[in-house]
Design a binder for this molecule. Structure first.
Ligand code: DGL
Length: 281
């Protein structure tokens, strides 16, 4: 196994949402080590400008590179929508976003040709899913809705509260009435609320969680590049956040169902200082 193959996979998100992708990578690739960064000091990314999110994505990637990762998984739809092309241009390592795998799954699942996409304001405003889906099949109609309150509800762990269902009805009823048969959960926080979202749409609408598809793409890319880590001792995962590590630890342990090693803090100043301000976007 090459030195690079034994290196960890870097994964980042604004908070705990990317753990939905981490859980799938751990399930599909149990020998891989993961370095995770949750930018908890600067969450949410959803309402921020494209320039700001791109700058954060560059700083997050720089942090992961300092920990010797062999691949970067942008486990955040907002950052994937606006920054994957820039990251791919800047860095000489594979960068995988969550949009393309989710779009592909939607296109192969729809029978009616009417697909719903829910995400943050940034993801929806970028129309990244619409572009990707219609590139694959221009006959498909894409209906996009942003659901900004879902991120704080997921961070809060309010997965099946009455208030969450009321808010979900408010956001999603127009989408349900539009007659979509597939809905992409276009934010990595949303699978945490999948039960409630499913109650609004009922059993006939398929919900696409791009975590599974993204982990599959990670597996394929690693194997085609000869970068898969071979079995040999339990992998050691490392977790970093930019603020309030104990809160992240609790949330992550609840979500992953396993105790986490220590969660370390990297301050926003450190993130910004080491990569410098990115002027040339
Ligand atoms: N989980 C992220 C996403 O997939 C970001 C949510 C946020 O910070 O607004 O878009």
């Amino acid at each position: 196994m090459s030195d690079t193959a034994s290196s960890p996979i870097g994964v980042f998100d604004s908070g705990i949402g990317g753990l939905t992708v981490v859980a799938e990578i751990m399930r599909q690739l149990p020998d891989e080590e993961i370095v995770y960064f949750g930018d908890t000091a600067r969450l949410p990314y959803g309402p921020k400008s494209e320039e700001t999110v791109t700058q954060f994505a560059i700083q997050d990637t720089e942090l992961l590179l300092r920990h010797g990762v062999k691949m970067v998984v942008v486990a955040c739809n907002t950052a994937s929508s606006v920054a994957v092309a820039e990251l791919t241009r800047r860095y000489d390592l594979p960068v995988i976003g969550v949009i393309a795998p989710g779009a592909l799954a939607a296109v192969s699942s729809t029978l009616t040709g009417k697909v719903g996409v829910i995400g943050t304001e940034g993801t929806i405003a970028s129309h990244a899913y619409r572009r990707e889906i219609t590139n694959l099949d221009r006959e498909i109609e894409v209906v996009e809705v942003s659901c900004p309150l879902f991120v704080p509800l997921a961070e809060e762990g309010w997965t099946d509260r009455e208030v969450t269902l009321v808010i979900a009805h408010e956001y999603l009823t127009p989408l349900r009435d539009a007659g979509v048969d597939v809905v992409v959960l276009g934010c990595t926080h949303y699978p945490i609320l999948k039960g409630t979202v499913g109650k609004v749409f009922g059993p006939t609408v398929k919900l696409i969680d791009s975590a599974e598809e993204t982990a599959r793409e990670v597996a394929e890319r690693l194997s085609s590049l000869g970068l898969a880590r071979e079995a040999g001792g339990a992998p050691e995962h490392r977790f970093f956040v930019s603020d309030v590590p104990h809160r992240f630890k609790e949330q992550a342990e609840r979500f992953l169902g396993a105790p986490l090693p220590n969660v370390s803090v990297v301050s926003v100043d450190e993130l910004a200082a080491e990569s410098g301000r990115v002027e040339s976007l």
